[in-house]
Design a protein around this ligand. Structure first.
Ligand code: F6P
Length: 362
């Protein structure tokens, strides 16, 4: 087994509460191994590897960052080295060789890639070029396969639930329908959990296409029972039966991934038309990714960071750290990527929400 002396760490994709907690855990625990493992921070995701922008990380760099949102290393979602766009407006091109050169110039033994599905896919592609990688699953969407949970989700959930709680005040006072649109891309975890925790009357998620007639019926049913307001929690990826997801154009870059958002305005218009109720919309957007990570996310991120270093020290490359049940372990990155973990429409989460009268518009 070769001795691991130096590892790199990067944070890529959308920022998310808990990234700094992972960086801190990696640096602190690596420096405490016997012999110590040095850590190099790679700036702005894979861009730093392509453009050779890095900084050594020592204990003082990570002290005090546990509770800070964002990432001290910076991040990017236009940095796939195999299709690199970077800050330029030029056509994307393959800069993976530059990234590999930086890795070798820095004399790294391995790379810890902290990110979501796209970041982990990239890590796999690097593994194929002989770069030893460890993945750490991050995303507020909570949709990565191979782990029960990703860090960032709990913090986003806290923001979304707080928003739903606050919206109750206006909804109730003004006898309105309030729609709260949350993120999550193709998975409805944030909407389902915030809707359940905040007592949403209707929850709309991508996994259960809705019928607007049914949504209106549940609002009117409440009105008949004297409840003259309703709260709808809708995931940005929700869609009507036979309809499409609402998008705001697409990301720049070769893959032209759609940017989701705005479904709540369509739903509001339909409800006003069909019921005559007054409807208001709140789109939470990036508020869900900002601010101080919750205690749970700090705890999870710290475990993930420490476990990533343990895997690196044991030369267990190609693995992603994971939490299953109450145990931390690992799963091959190859098995985790591409397996979008979505809400089971027949699962416990949905059944529980239905049991307390929540409508899914179906
Ligand atoms: O994947 C995290 C996420 O916040 C999604 O929920 C959302 O659709 C997307 O990223 C937004 O990304 P951006 O900040 O690049 O617009």
């Amino acid at each position: 087994m070769s001795l691991v002396k130096r590892i790199g760490i990067l944070t890529a994709g959308g920022d998310c509460p808990g990234l700094n907690a992972v960086i801190r855990a990696v640096v602190k625990s690596a420096l405490r191994r016997n012999p110590p493992i040095q850590v190099v921070g790679i700036l702005d995701g894979y861009s730093g590897l392509v453009e050779d922008r890095t900084q050594p990380l020592v204990e003082s760099d990570v002290s005090g960052i546990l509770i800070r949102g964002g990432t001290i290393l910076g991040t990017s979602n236009r940095d796939n080295p195999f299709n690199f766009l970077g800050a330029s407006n030029a056509k994307p091109r393959d800069r993976s060789k530059d990234a590999v050169n930086t890795f070798h110039r820095l004399k790294l033994d391995g790379l810890v890639a902290v990110g979501g599905d796209g970041t982990l896919r990239c890590a796999l592609d690097f593994a194929k070029l002989g770069i030893p990688v460890i993945g750490v699953p991050k995303t507020i969407d909570n949709d990565i396969g191979g782990t029960d949970v990703t860090f960032g989700f709990d913090s986003a959930l806290a923001v979304a639930t707080d928003a739903v709680d606050r919206l109750h005040t206006t909804a109730e006072s003004h006898h309105r329908v309030l729609i709260c649109e949350v993120m999550g891309r193709y998975a409805g975890w944030i909407a389902l959990h915030a809707g359940t925790a905040g007592g949403g009357d209707v929850i709309l998620i991508p996994e259960i296409p809705y019928d607007i007639k049914k949504v209106c019926e549940s609002i009117q049913h409440r009105e008949k029972r004297g409840r003259s307001f309703s709260i709808i929690v809708v995931a940005e990826g929700a869609k009507a039966i036979g309809g499409k997801m609402v998008t705001q154009g697409s990301y720049r870059g070769a893959d032209k991934r759609p940017r989701l958002g705005g479904i709540s305005h369509h739903i509001a218009e339909e409800i006003e038309k069909r019921t005559g109720d007054e409807v208001r919309v709140v789109i939470l957007g990036h508020l869900q990714r900002g601010g101080i990570p919750t205690a749970y996310d700090r705890w999870l991120a710290t475990h993930f960071g420490v476990h990533a270093v343990e895997l690196a020290e044991q030369n267990l490359w190609g693995q992603m750290v994971a939490l299953r049940g109450i145990h931390f372990g690992e799963t091959p990155i190859a098995e985790a990527v591409g397996k979008l973990r979505r809400v089971d429409p027949q699962g416990e989460g949905v059944r529980t929400a239905r049991a307390v009268g929540t409508s899914f518009g179906d």
